[in-house]
Design a protein. Structure first.
Length: 331
């Protein structure tokens, strides 16, 4: 990544966006905003992608048979009914074809967009910068063997490594509270659970006739007090010094589980204390690690919420149990 005299970041990758036999991967861009469409195309071409047919969001709803790229970039900042229908259709098609879907939206549109994208495991960007889009393209390249993440700057690679490694560490620590590990962590950039116990496999002790009773979750007032005190630090210090979005989201979902309240993806992004696009990457990682799960709204299929998995909730309960009955005094 380089900077020109105007201070604008420029990206140069040269022939990295090829498949296993060296054929350039293709990108389709669907956007109603001309400047977003132009910038997205520039970034994709700079990364070595070949631009395939694209168009406006409405084009995704026509009945014409159109070839789509290996990567589909969609910009949907203000989703109305037609836009959400277009997103749902392209989400289903991406899931069936194996295409990688990247959708950008706004904070106001996040819950609606998240709710209708439930098939292809897309990357969602919120009011993204050019760098955010480049990182998303880099993650796509990281999923296509035998590519390497050469197209990212050293800083961007370190961001992705830190994200992957920290979520792996959290899963390992929570699992140690629950029981001994059963395997070794996978390599960085494998965006999946680092431990089988967080992929839903049965506990080793589930075959026992007598099981150790599991502790209850903590009083939500205690958890909310911890959250408030963590947030107070930003009044006196730079908030970036204490950035720990994974733990902040675990605490928020733990309290919500006891309070029997539902947490939207927008609310969870706010609780994380980091920008929404960064929070969404963390949510994706925590979901892959088996700590978070998506739950559809039975009364409105267009909405979805984030909750702790049972294993994550059990681990959080054990964590607070280890703090002891005097946990409130430790806050």
């Amino acid at each position: 990544m380089e900077s020109n005299s105007m201070g604008q970041a420029t990206f140069s990758y040269a022939n990295v966006a090829n498949d296993a036999v060296g054929v350039p991967l293709t990108v389709s861009v669907f956007a109603d905003r001309p400047h977003v469409c132009a910038t997205a195309r520039e970034d994709a071409e700079a990364a070595g992608f070949r631009i395939a047919a694209g168009g406006a969001l409405a084009d995704l709803l026509d009945d014409a048979v159109r070839a789509l790229g290996d990567v589909i970039l969609v910009d949907c900042p203000r989703p109305d009914g037609a836009a959400l229908a277009a997103l749902a259709r392209i989400d289903l098609r991406a899931a069936h074809t194996g295409a990688q879907l990247i959708v950008s939206t706004s904070v106001a549109g996040l819950d609606d967009v998240f709710g209708c994208l439930d098939q292809s495991n897309p990357q969602i960007l919120v009011d993204p910068s050019r760098a955010d889009r480049v990182i998303a393209l880099g993650r796509v390249l990281g999923l296509v063997a035998p590519l390497r993440l050469r197209e990212l700057s050293e800083d961007d690679r370190l961001v992705l490594l830190r994200l992957t490694e920290q979520v792996g560490q959290i899963a390992q620590r929570l699992e140690r509270i629950e029981g001994p590990p059963t395997s070794t962590p996978d390599a960085a950039f494998r965006f999946e659970s680092p431990r089988p116990a967080f992929r839903g496999e049965a506990d080793a002790g589930e075959d026992r006739l007598v099981r150790v009773p599991r502790p209850p979750l903590p009083d939500p007032r205690l958890v909310r007090r911890i959250i408030r005190q963590r947030q107070m630090r930003a009044r006196f210090f730079d908030g970036d010094l204490f950035g720990d979005p994974a733990w902040d989201m675990l605490l928020d979902l733990t309290a919500a589980r006891v309070e029997h309240t539902r947490v939207s993806v927008t609310s969870l992004c706010i609780a994380s204390g980091v920008p929404p696009t960064t929070a969404l990457r963390w949510i994706g990682q925590m979901t892959e690690a088996g700590l978070f799960q998506r739950n559809e709204d039975d009364s409105d299929r267009r909405r979805a919420f984030i909750t702790l998995t049972d294993k994550a909730a059990d681990a959080m309960a054990r964590y607070f149990a280890d703090l002891g009955t005097n946990a409130a005094r430790l806050v």
